[in-house]
Structure formats: structure tokens, C-alpha cells
Design a binder for this molecule. Structure first.
Ligand code: HAM
Length: 430
């Protein structure tokens, strides 16, 4: 049976080679643990929602592009449902329903698995994990700076520096002002306005003639867009954000860039995207302010400003691999208890239980196996110690603890094993 296209299998290390969609479960764990650690450092708390949501949650305001990519169906109760393609609408729904129980601003993060029926390409699959961090209930641009600082520090926590990555910062408001000025009116057709944002969003991936043609159809001249892109002066709000990032010493990681506008329809203010500096990969992360989404999702009941970002694991993994920043797989085992003498299996089990109770990762042979095979298994699993029991001629039981890292061995009484292992790891700082 084949795996569905664009979906991954996560295998233990070492991952079998030759299958681009066989990924490392250990690396996934490293990425998610790093995301959690940095989020907590910034005072964010974790939430989660269901992977299946009402279809309408996405047709409301996510925009045409993501709606076309939905995995959706009618369930047995005749409900139109969709697998979540992004987390923001779920967050908006959850906040709208329970916000009165929480003090504002909320600083919430989640690590959902998301599903989008995309054309499979480099950096884009049909399923990915995405770190989402959002602040709800704060309209001050200091919140925009805080969320961008979290994005930068998350990248730094993986070992990426300002020569590797950049967060390009822009403003939907600035673009909206430009758009309205071009059309010469303040009231505009939202579909027409969004169509314009889509052209800007795809600017770097579309041939210039095609962009010019699409702009012409919308009644906007390329030359005007080009001039706007080149002026490069920050709005007042963007200036505050840039200053706050400079005060944190993160200025080398960010740059004002009006080419960023974001594809999703709900953004209203500062928007940003993180890229690798060399421009080899798709966006690593993207986000911005969406001050009206909660109002919309709550049917007008709750009105809270919000902002955040999503960072996917797919491009991030490609980039970490390209920059040699994937850590060596974690050693899986501390101790392997050998059963060299089958009549002592009961005592070995007692010892293994004692070590596991003390928190050590311990394995042992489950069936009869030759001692050299057992030892090889201990080595393959990366065990630091092996322990075996023997019976002396006078019937007393003796333990042999081998430290495979230091190439030392100690003979001791079985009840001494735990303490000996604790001492050995303490003295080597393991
Ligand atoms: P997004 O730009 O659609 O934003 O996705 C954010 C990141 O998720 C992308 O930069 C990319 O790394 C990753 N990503 C998206 N689609 C795929 C895919 N098909 N395969 C692999 N990776 C992918 C959002 O989803 C917004 N909801 C983020 C947000 C949170 N805005 C405010 N709060």
C-alpha cells in the first residue's frame, strides 16, 4: 500500500535513504522541542484545537487560495467539514468563545499538523507541522515587535544567524493607502482589493509581463507599483516596530521590504515573512496583524485585535540540512541489561525495573539471544552502559557494569549497579 502523495512517514534514526518523504522522527522532536522552549521563554502558553473544523471557518476570510487547497468533505451528519489548513481561524474561534476567562493580552502558541492540497513542490507538501504564536488583545505596535522578536529568536535557537535568514517586514495598511490612492477613492470592492494584493504577493514568482498584464486588468500601472516598492520609507507604525527590534539588538535580522504583502485575506496591518538570505527556499515563516478576524468569526460578538505568525517544519528542515545545523541523533539508551545467563533472567528483570524507576532508559533482550548479538544490539542502540549478572561458584550474584564510552568496567554487587551508574555519569557530566 502506497503513502498518499505529499504526506510524510516519520522514521526513527537512522532514516532509510532514497525516499524523499521518509523523514526523521528525531529531527521532528528536536524542532518541536525548540519551538516550545523559545515560546515559553517569551511567556507564551500552549493551546490546541481539533484537526477537523466546519468548512465555513475557512471560507469566511482566509481567501481564495487556501480555500482551493482545502481537504473537505460532508460528514455522516451532513456537515460540511475541512481538515485545518492553518491554525489562525481555529484560534479566532476559540478566543471568541472563551476570551472572557483570560486576561489580555493573550500570548498563545500551538504546534498543529496542517493539511493543504497543494501542488507538491520544493518546500511545499500536503501536510506539515506549523509553529503558531499569536498575541490577542493588544493593538500597540510593541506587540508586533514582540512577535517578530520571537520569530527571530526561534530561528536563532536553531543556530541560524543574520547571514542565514532575514525577516522582511511590510504593512498591509501602507499597501491599502497606495491602492486607494491609485483608484482615487476610499470605498473599494474587497474582491478587487484582494485580487490586487494577490498580484503583489506573487510578484517575485511571476514573470514581469504577466504581473503588468494582471495589474492593467485591475486598473493599476506597474510603474506606480515599482515606485512604491522602491521608496522604502517606513510608516509610523513600522518605524516603532523597527526601533523596538533595534533596541533588542535584532536589527541585523530584519529589513523593511514592501514586496511582502501576504496571501491570506484577513491581514490588516504589519505583515512579515522570514526567508533564507540566499533566496534558495520558499518562505520559512509568515504572519502579521489581523485585527478584524475575531470580530468576523464571532459574528460581531467579540472584537479583539490580534497578530501572530506560522513557521512550518518543511522549509525549516531543508534549510537546517543545507546549513549543517541538524544535530546528531540523540542517544536512545542509557543501559542495556544483558541476559547472558538465562537462569538469572528474573534478577536481570528486577535490576532493569530498578534502573527504569530511577529514570534511566533501559532495554533488554525479550527472547533468547546469543550474548554477542545482545552486545551488538546494545551498541547499535547507542547504550552508554551494559550490565550483566553472573553467579559465582559459591552462588553469590555479581554484576558487571561496562561503560562503553570510557571503555571501563566495574564488578559490583547487583544492588550497587544503580549507584555506580549514577556516579559514572556524574563524573563524566553525562
Ligand atoms: P502561511 O504563510 O500560509 O501562514 O504559512 C506559514 C508557513 O507555513 C509558511 O511560511 C511555510 O513555512 C509553512 N507552510 C505553509 N504551507 C505549507 C505547505 N503546504 N507545506 C509546507 N509548509 C507550508 C499561515 O498559515 C498563517 N495562518 C500564519 C499566521 C499565524 N498568521 C497569523 N498567525
Amino acid at each position: 500500500m502506497e503513502r498518499l502523495p505529499g504526506f510524510r512517514d516519520f522514521y526513527p534514526d537512522p532514516v532509510p535513504s532514497g525516499d524523499a518523504l521518509a523523514w526523521s522522527a528525531g529531527l521532528r522532536q528536536h524542532i518541536q522541542a525548540t519551538w516550545r522552549r523559545v515560546a515559553q521563554r517569551y511567556g507564551f502558553v500552549e493551546y490546541d484545537g481539533p484537526p477537523l473544523e466546519p468548512l465555513e471557518l475557512y471560507t469566511l476570510k482566509s481567501g481564495e487560495e487556501i480555500v482551493q487547497q482545502l481537504y473537505h468533505f460532508v460528514d455522516k451528519g451532513d456537515r460540511a467539514v475541512a481538515l485545518r489548513p492553518e491554525m489562525t481561524p481555529t484560534l479566532a474561534r476559540m478566543v471568541a468563545s472563551q476570551e472572557r476567562h483570560y486576561k489580555k493580552p493573550l500570548k498563545w502558541f500551538a504546534i498543529p499538523q496542517l493539511f493543504r492540497y497543494e501542488r507538491q513542490q520544493k518546500g511545499r507538501l500536503r501536510e506539515h507541522f506549523q509553529f503558531n504564536a499569536d498575541i490577542v488583545g493588544e493593538s500597540d505596535p510593541a506587540a508586533d515587535a514582540e512577535i517578530i522578536a520571537l520569530l527571530v529568536d526561534t530561528l536563532r535557537a536553531f543556530g541560524l544567524g543574520p547571514a542565514d535568514v532575514v525577516v522582511r517586514i511590510s504593512s498591509r495598511q501602507a499597501w491599502q493607502a497606495f491602492y486607494r490612492q491609485q483608484l482615487g477613492r476610499t470605498e473599494t470592492d474587497p474582491a478587487h482589493e484582494y485580487a490586487f494584493y494577490q498580484v503583489i504577493d506573487k510578484l517575485e514568482r511571476t514573470p514581469r509581463e504577466e504581473t503588468c498584464r494582471r495589474l492593467r486588468e485591475l486598473g493599476i500601472a506597474w510603474e506606480q507599483v515599482e515606485a512604491f516598492l522602491h521608496q522604502c520609507s517606513p510608516t509610523q507604525e513600522l518605524q516603532v516596530v523597527l526601533n523596538e527590534l533595534r533596541d533588542r539588538g535584532l536589527q541585523d535580522f530584519v529589513q523593511l521590504d514592501y514586496r511582502v504583502i501576504r496571501g491570506l485575506a484577513y491581514y490588516t496591518g504589519v505583515v512579515f515573512e522570514a526567508f533564507d538570505r540566499k533566496g534558495e527556499f520558499r518562505a520559512i515563516a509568515g504572519g502579521g496583524r489581523y485585527d478584524h478576524l475575531i470580530h468576523l468569526v464571532s459574528g460581531g460578538r467579540v472584537d479583539l485585535p490580534a497578530l501572530g505568525f506560522g513557521m512550518g517544519d518543511v522549509v525549516l528542515t531543508e534549510l537546517l540540512k543545507a546549513r549543517g545545523l541538524v544535530p546528531a541523533p540523540q542517544l536512545r539508551l542509557h543501559v542495556f541489561c544483558l541476559v547472558e545467563e538465562p537462569s538469572l533472567r528474573r534478577e536481570v528483570l528486577q535490576l532493569a525495573q530498578q534502573l527504569r524507576d530511577a529514570g534511566w532508559a533501559v532495554d533488554l533482550p525479550l527472547g533468547p539471544e546469543k550474548p554477542d548479538k545482545q552486545f551488538k544490539r546494545a551498541r547499535d542502540a547507542g547504550a552508554r552502559f551494559t550490565v550483566s549478572l553472573t553467579r559465582e561458584a559459591d552462588g553469590t550474584k555479581v554484576a558487571m557494569v561496562k561503560d562503553l564510552q570510557r571503555r571501563e568496567q566495574i564488578r559490583c554487587a547487583p544492588m550497587e549497579v544503580l549507584r555506580r551508574i549514577q556516579d559514572a555519569t556524574m563524573s563524566s557530566g553525562a
